[in-house]
Design a binder for this molecule. Sequence first.
Ligand code: HEM
Length: 413
Amino acid sequence: MHMAETVRVDLRREFADPAARADPGPVYARLRDLGPVLRSRDLFGETFVLARHEEVAQVIRDPRFASDRGNVPGGRPLARWWTPSLLKLLVSSMVLKDPPDHRRLRNLVQQAFTPTMVANLEGRVSEITEELLDAAVRRPVVDLMADLALPLPLTVIAEMLGVPPADRVRFRTLLTALQGTSDTNPVALLRNVPHMLRLTRLLRGLVALRRDQPGDDLVTALVQAEEAGDRLSEDELVSMIFLLLFAGHETTVNLIGNGVLELVRHPDQLQRLRDDPELIGTAVEEMLRFTNPVGLVAPRHAREDAEIAGVPIPRGSMVTLLIGSANLDEAAFPDADTFDITRSPNRHLSFGHGAHFCLGAPLARLEARIAIPALLRRFERLDLTMPAEQLPWRPLIALRGVEALPLSVTPAG
Ligand code: HEM
């Protein structure tokens, strides 16, 4: 028997085609066909690539694969003493940490995102949704992104964090500018440095504000944890707020946007949901699986020699996990290419798995389960004003979504 071989691909090029942004499905399918373990280069160097459900699900929860490349023998941490503070900020979040730092950071905010705490937000999420729909209902063409999908999660997370209303627009403008960042284009990353600097200043301003004027919000709680001792450094504090603000809406925006788009493209599924609103629970899970608001997780790094599907993975190697592809794997999901709002079971990996499982999953689910039915109640007809392929898809694999989703609407009588 000969050694298992790995095929080399160029991930960046694979996803550069605008058609792949609108629908990465065919690229994912090709990658899965090429084998269980592939190789590529990315911005940070040589990496193994996993595109099938079985291998992605295995490695994503395996503690032998670190999220912090500094914890790998011979691995270079992303941030070192000479790293500009701006970058340090970006890479100090819990997403890129391992135990014990990961636990310590996650515990500090875990409390705010338990299912019970999130259930308490239900009333407020409905209220914001209805206000946004009140404004939208007066327009003949609704841009689902600008009118609902973006402002809802942003307002919710801004209120949780204690961002004053006057600052929210500035945060939003900067975060929107950052969305222009293409993860396939390093030049675009550099172009965003000024936005990042402004955003950092705004975050530090928020911390200073809550030091002076404590409130009943998450930033105040974090500031107090930082002041109480060595549980949280200043960089980690700012990084945490950035993470929550960014992860707290950037992803849910696309869940609501892509989810509604898929309903509009599948009138039979839309009608089923109208006929039986109880299906919203499984419908949102299917939107998470089928539309992949997040296409890949932070790369993992082998702490020790390992093997994946018979392929030796030397310690120190980087592994890229394409959860977006795993979610469309026929081997894990019968009729994987079919959008079925009643699908159950649905073992999608859209929120990750294991120690880094998405902290905000209960909140994201709550927002989608409230916003989408409210939209359907308001409008008896929702039609795309242009072919779906011509929608302005964002140039990202990690975050998949459209910039605008214009719908002609007929308000319910
Ligand atoms: C982690 C997806 C919404 C906060 C993650 C991860 C994924 C993910 C895949 C794992 C990253 C990894 O393993 O490297 C999503 C999706 C969302 C969503 C698809 C919406 C549809 C949210 C919201 C919040 C949030 C609303 C907070 C308000 C976080 C945090 C982590 C995380 C803090 C890091 C957890 C850790 O490293 O332990 N998310 N997320 N997410 N998410 Fe989400």
